[in-house]
Design a protein around this ligand. Structure first.
Ligand code: GSH
Length: 211
């Protein structure tokens, strides 16, 4: 059976949510972050990177596969689900879908990660925050603009692009950096109301970003 190696309060919550949306059978192996927030060493026994999410599955030839990178795992699951949660046939939706699927980890997370790191540095960190925060705001303004004209990132249908965008935006809101961006807040409320999202929280255990 497909297994998700899930670290508490982490990006892998998205994979649990996606599996719930697809109503796939799967098993969850739970790992707890160490006090320094890094993953425990056991995860390195599953994959040398030791980061979460990691998915183990048997491919169509019955061979064991070990997958890392949330976006790649999403694409793998969409293939396995014969295209469900992928984009509709509308060309504009397909392009937006592909862009936001990669944008979450490729553009937003690096800036957010930098901000999280510098905001914890005493004294000089304050100066760095003033340099990095505007870089994050560029992304948040872009996202707010995109969501002001439609319900979901790709178009009028919920897709895996929404799942990918959830983690950075939840983390931003939890930190108090989202401000009064109404369309983004409405979108967050919309994803949190999905039954599959709620079921995934029960599977993954406490998740501080679901507020
Ligand atoms: N871009 C990767 C990032 C993976 C990643 O950094 N995961 C974090 C969880 S939010 C992790 O495992 N952190 C613990 C550590 O680095 O030890 C992905 O999306 O899968």
């Amino acid at each position: 059976m497909l297994t998700v190696h899930h670290l508490n309060n982490s990006r892998s919550q998205r994979i649990l949510w996606m599996l719930e949306e697809l109503t796939f059978d799967y098993k969850v192996e739970l790992y707890q972050r160490r006090p320094d927030m890094f993953a425990p060493d056991e995860l390195k026994r599953v994959h040398p990177l030791g980061k979460s999410p990691i998915v183990e599955d048997a491919n169509s030839d019955g061979e064991r596969v070990v997958l890392v990178e949330t976006g790649a795992i999403c694409e793998y699951l969409i293939d396995k689900a014969a295209g469900r949660l992928g984009p509709s046939a509308v060309m504009g939706n397909q392009l937006r879908y592909r862009q936001f699927l990669h944008y979450a980890e490729g553009s937003v997370m690096p800036v957010l990660f930098a901000l999280l790191v510098v905001s914890q540095v005493p004294l000089l960190g304050g100066l760095a925050v003033r340099r990095v925060r505007p870089l994050l705001d560029i992304h948040l303004d872009h996202i707010e603009h995109e969501l002001s004209s439609r319900d979901w990132f790709a178009g009028d249908e919920f897709t895996a692009a929404d799942i990918m965008m959830s983690f950075p935006l939840e983390a931003v809101k939890t930190r108090g950096w989202l401000g009064a961006r109404r369309s983004t807040i409405t979108w967050l409320n919309r994803i949190h109301a999905r039954p599959a999202y709620v079921r995934a929280l029960e599977k993954g255990g406490p998740y501080v970003f679901a507020r």
